[in-house]
Design a protein around this ligand. Structure first.
Ligand code: CMP
Length: 139
């Protein structure tokens, strides 16, 4: 049976501000199981490829510079209804619009520096997970 997973990153702003432990704790307390996790420092090329869908956006260069600024935590999380439940948990992309209690409301700095990533669909969860992890590294 295919696992119900989502993919997340704890982004440079949250790492630099010392929020990684608190954010991981919220993932676990909210019922997500860690299937794979590692610390990585993205290269410019990796960030450009990962965010290729946004390459025509005005904020693309800013996004690549931000995501390569510091090491980040990348992880695959498992739970029933993982993608949707995780998007609810992290809140809106813009922290000013994020609901109270969501991770971005609690920890994000701005629209660009928004603390965490969460896949927006099941297919993207698979694609994004396989960008960082081989099949035998997801447990
Ligand atoms: P995320 O949804 O995880 O993936 C795309 C990222 O692009 C998003 O988080 C933000 O970090 C960034 N982003 C989206 N919109 C903007 C924007 N208007 N200005 C700057 N960065 C943005």
């Amino acid at each position: 049976m295919k696992k119900n997973i989502t993919f997340t990153m704890i982004k440079p702003d949250a790492m630099e501000n010392g929020y990684a432990g608190d954010i991981l704790s919220i993932f676990l307390k909210s019922g997500f199981r860690v299937s794979a996790m590692k610390l990585v420092h993205l290269t410019i090329s990796q960030a450009q490829t990962f965010y290729g869908i946004h390459s025509d956006k005005s904020f693309f260069e800013e996004l690549v510079i931000f995501m390569t600024r510091s090491p980040i935590i990348v992880a695959v999380l498992e739970k029933n209804n993982a993608v949707e439940d995780f998007r609810k948990l992290i809140g809106s992309t813009n922290p000013d619009h994020a609901k109270e209690g969501t991770i971005r409301k609690l920890y994000a700095t701005s629209m660009g520096e928004n603390a965490v990533h969460g896949s927006d669909s099941e297919i993207n969860a698979q694609i994004e997970s396989s960008f960082f992890f081989a099949g035998n590294e997801i447990f």
